[in-house]
Design a protein around this ligand. Structure first.
Ligand SMILES: [Zn+2]
Length: 526
């Protein structure tokens, strides 16, 4: 087998990643994420484009004060503008002022862009690249040269694209990063192009793929066999349009499947928590189906494979999820049978398949499913069912009553006002809140009532709320099923509620969520 070189991992979540729809990070978020990336062993953290805004520039000022143990913070900018002197060019100046150990200079390698976008001659484009890299090197920076649209440029005019690579090498670039900026390149074309490059005469090669054909990860890992030693990507694959190459998939593929060394290999078991931490900071619901780190990456539903799942679930998994810090999950459903229930109960002790506890749970699961409850996506609610059947459930409170009123005035947003009366540990509490909708209002009113009795509630909050109508043919009498996802920044859990009344269904899921947190992470630290 061919021996591969060690691969360096370059993260651009804080720059390219924030081009993704709905991804907004505050300065604080960016610093928190950078610290986590450093922890995970990422080699380069691209902090942003210092010229673009004050927020971006201040990131570099603050990051300079941090003591990163491993990662190099990297500022992004482009080659000097056509007609500008490199010494006074604003892009180059901003990169230098960021005072980072490494910089990324983006330049054109596609003739079409040289002619039609930056409107200059092919010669001046080469000069712009040379001048910019040469100056940054002279100023003591490590220079990573990103060749924008390299693959399209190579197809358009291979000789010119090669000229650009040579110019970068001659100017002293430490890495030449071939960018698939439009993301349209397929693996066989990427490999063919990379294999045709005179790599011996060039600076080390890196790659930066976008995911517009769904091949960003495939292109990235294939590029290793064509000589790349530097891979750029983002956490969770975020980025413009269809995203960037997903480092949460690339890194375990390199480490676990290809035996390639990276500085992240040792800390691979932090990967799942890194993925979720970054999602949490960006306020994005983590993609459950994400390979390796997604919540369902190691989930099993009995069905056709019931036997294997019951006897040896590891035979249905491509790796042990623990290697990337993920967990195996056996999903619960009436179809699953008693052996799945026994497995679910294992957390609480050894139970025989024929025991009364198992039979009762099995029956109540079937009844609940007839009512419209579904526990596959609401394991926390199922956990509470188990706890109740084992007498290991402690309720956070007893409800006396709640009262909600919705207001709508012409020209203004509707509002909901709520009051709740409840009892906990023998003491009555009252809470009140105003919110946009009933769920938000109920959540806030419960917290208002319990803030002194249970200050830990502050640590958890809702991250997702889904509503589904179960029997639409019943029109106004249709049942509603509500799923709620919650987090305490360490764990996420899902609960379900079902009712003909949407507020009641939401209430059930909401109270389950709080009770799950209370029983599992406060009373018993799991
Ligand atoms: Zn990009």
């Amino acid at each position: 087998m061919k021996k591969f070189n060690k691969v360096t991992i370059f993260d651009t979540t804080l720059r390219d990643g924030t081009q993704g729809t709905g991804i907004n990070l505050t300065l604080r978020d960016k610093l928190d994420i950078a610290a986590k990336l450093d922890d995970a062993g990422i080699d380069y953290i691209e902090g942003g484009f210092p010229l673009s805004s004050e927020k971006e520039a201040s990131f570099f000022r603050l990051a300079k004060k941090e003591n990163y143990s491993h990662s190099k913070i990297t500022a992004f900018g482009s080659t000097r503008k056509s007609g500008n002197k490199v010494e006074s060019d604003p892009y180059i100046t901003a990169m230098l002022q960021a005072e980072t150990p490494a910089v990324v200079v983006v330049g054109k390698s596609w003739k079409e862009h040289v002619q039609r976008v930056i409107n200059t001659t092919f010669e001046e484009n080469l000069e712009m690249i040379y001048d910019s890299i040469e100056l940054l090197k002279r100023e003591g920076r490590e220079v990573i040269f990103d060749l924008e649209h390299f693959f399209d440029g190579y197809i358009g005019d291979a000789d010119y694209a090669l000229e650009v690579l040579k110019t970068g090498t001659d100017a002293g670039a430490d890495a030449l990063v071939l960018c698939d900026t439009n993301g349209g390149t397929l693996p066989m074309d990427a490999i063919r192009i990379m294999n045709s490059l005179p790599q011996k005469d060039l600076a080390p090669i890196g790659v930066h793929f976008h995911n517009d054909t769904g091949n960003a990860v495939a292109n990235s890992i294939m590029s290793i066999s064509s000589g790349a030693t530097h891979i750029q990507g983002t956490i969770n694959g975020w980025g413009e349009r269809c995203g960037n190459a997903n480092l949460c998939i690339i890194v375990p593929n390199l480490s676990l499947k290809m035996g390639i060394e990276t500085n992240m290999n040792e800390k691979l078991s932090n990967l799942t928590s890194l993925s979720r931490f970054v999602a949490e900071k960006a306020n994005i619901i983590p993609d459950k189906n994400q390979p390796y780190v997604g919540e369902t990456a190691f989930s099993h539903k009995a069905g056709q494979h019931a036997d294997v799942i019951a006897k040896a679930p590891e035979l249905m998994e491509h790796i042990d999820g623990k290697l990337v810090g993920n967990k195996r999950k056996i999903l619960i459903s009436g179809l699953a049978g008693k052996s799945t229930i026994v497995r679910k109960l294992a957390k609480y002790g050894d139970f025989d398949k024929h025991s009364e506890v198992v039979s009762k749970l099995f029956e109540s699961l079937k009844d609940q499913e007839l009512e419209g409850y579904e526990y596959e996506a609401a394991e926390a609610s199922f956990d509470l069912l188990i706890r109740k059947s084992l007498d290991r459930f402690v309720s956070l409170f007893d409800l006396n009553n709640y009262h909600l009123e919705s207001f709508k005035t012409t020209g203004a947003k509707s509002k909901t006002v709520g009051r709740i009366f409840l009892k906990t540990k023998g003491v009555d509490h009252m809470g009140a809140a105003v919110g946009e909708g009933p769920v938000e209002t109920l959540d806030a009113a419960i917290r208002d009532a319990l803030q002194h009795a249970y200050p830990f509630l502050e640590k958890m909050h809702l991250i997702d709320y889904k509503v589904r109508i179960l029997n639409p043919e019943e029109a106004a009498h249709a049942k509603t099923r509500v799923f709620i996802s919650s987090t305490d920044h360490q764990h996420t859990w899902d609960t379900v509620g079902v009712s003909e009344n949407i507020v009641e269904a939401s209430w059930e899921a909401l109270v389950d969520s709080m009770n799950y947190y209370y029983n599992n992470y406060v009373l018993e630290k799991n």
